[in-house]
Design a protein around this ligand. Structure first.
Ligand SMILES: [Zn+2]
Length: 308
C-alpha cells in the first residue's frame, strides 16, 4: 500500500464489513483528514469566507476533524462502501445544509459568542490563550504561573501576555467578535444578579467550545490521564502541552489544580466563573464601562470572526 499506484487506488477501495471499514480508515486516517479539510477549504472559498491566513487554515482543520468524526461514526453503518467516496458524499451533504458551520445554537447568545470568540482567538494568540484562565475561572497571573509550573523566565512571559491583553488585546478581540458595549455590560449585569446561573450556562457551552477548538491543534488535542499529568507536573516537561491543553480543557485543568494544591494551597479547584473584562494590573477588576465605551461599529466584523 506504500507505493504510488497503490496509494492512488485506495480512493476506490471497497470495504465489505464494519471491521474492514475500521481497519481501512485507521490505516488511511491522515489522508482522510486531509481530504475532509480540503472539502472545508473549498466550501469556504466558494462562499467567499476564505482568507489565506493561519486562522482560516486552523478553521479548515477543525471542521475537517468534525467531518471525519461524523464519517467514522456513520461509515460503519454504510458498509459495503468505498470510504473515500462516502466521505466525499458526506461532505457534500454537510455543506449543503443551511449555515453548516454553526455548531451549537447556544453559541448565538452574547455569552456563547463571548466564549466562542475567546477560544477562537486563543488558537492563534498566546495572549488570548493565557487570558482564558482569567476570563473563565478568575485566575490571576501568579496562579497561572503556579498551575502551569513555570520557571522564572516563562513566568515573565505570562505577565507580558496579561499586560498586552489588558492594553489592547481584549478590546481588539471583542471588536472582532462583534460584541457591543451594551452586550458586555448586560453579561456583567446577569452575572451580578445570578452568578450561579451564568456559571452553569457558561460551563455547559464551554465543553462544546473547548472540544471544538482543540481540534485545531491535533498534537495538543488528547486529554491525558491523572498519572500522565502528575508525571508532567513533577518533572516540568512538555511545556507546550501543559500550556496549551490546560487553557483549553477544563477537565484536565481540574486534575492539574488538584495536583498542584499539594504544593500551593492557594490554588483553587477551578470552577467556571466568568469575567467579561480583562484583569487589571493591580489585580482588581474593571467596573463596567471603564475599558470600553465604544460600542459603535463593533458588529461589523461579526461574519468574519465566526470563522477564525
Ligand atoms: Zn483534557
Amino acid at each position: 500500500m506504500q507505493d504510488q499506484p497503490h496509494a492512488l487506488s485506495r480512493f476506490s477501495v471497497l470495504v465489505a464489513t464494519a471491521e474492514e471499514f475500521e481497519q481501512f480508515t485507521n490505516d488511511t486516517l491522515p489522508e482522510l483528514l486531509d481530504r475532509a479539510a480540503v472539502h472545508t477549504r473549498k466550501f469556504l472559498k466558494e462562499t467567499g469566507q476564505w482568507a489565506d491566513d493561519v486562522a482560516h487554515e486552523k478553521l479548515a482543520l477543525r471542521w475537517g476533524y468534525e467531518l471525519l468524526e461524523r464519517f467514522l461514526v456513520c461509515g460503519r453503518l454504510e458498509v459495503p462502501c468505498r470510504p473515500f467516496f462516502l466521505l466525499d458524499s458526506l461532505a457534500a451533504k454537510f455543506f449543503s445544509q443551511p449555515d453548516p458551520m454553526r455548531y451549537h445554537r447556544g453559541l448565538l447568545t452574547p455569552l456563547g459568542r463571548f466564549l466562542d470568540g475567546l477560544a477562537s482567538k486563543a488558537v492563534i494568540s498566546r495572549d488570548a490563550l493565557m487570558a482564558l484562565f482569567y476570563h473563565l475561572y478568575g485566575f490571576g497571573q501568579s496562579q497561572v504561573v503556579k498551575v502551569l509550573g513555570l520557571d522564572a523566565m516563562d513566568s515573565q512571559r505570562i505577565y507580558k501576555n496579561f499586560g498586552r491583553w489588558r492594553r489592547d488585546g481584549w478590546q481588539r478581540t471583542v471588536e472582532e467578535i462583534g460584541l457591543t458595549e451594551p452586550e458586555l455590560s448586560s453579561l456583567e449585569d446577569q452575572k451580578s444578579q445570578d452568578a450561579k446561573r451564568v456559571s452553569t450556562d457558561a460551563g455547559r457551552l464551554l465543553g462544546e467550545v473547548q472540544t471544538h477548538y482543540r481540534k485545531s491543534e491535533p498534537e495538543h488535542f488528547p486529554c491525558l490521564s491523572g498519572e500522565q499529568w502528575a508525571d508532567i507536573c513533577r518533572d516540568g516537561h512538555s511545556y507546550d502541552y501543559r500550556v496549551w491543553h490546560l487553557a483549553m480543557c477544563r477537565e484536565c485543568l481540574e486534575i492539574v489544580c488538584r495536583f498542584r494544591q499539594g504544593e500551593f494551597p492557594d490554588i483553587p479547584v477551578p470552577a467556571v466563573d466568568l469575567y467579561v473584562r480583562p484583569l487589571q494590573k493591580n489585580g482588581l477588576m474593571v467596573e463596567a464601562g471603564v475599558n470600553g465605551g465604544n460600542g459603535h461599529g463593533m458588529a461589523t466584523r461579526r461574519a468574519n470572526s465566526r470563522l477564525s
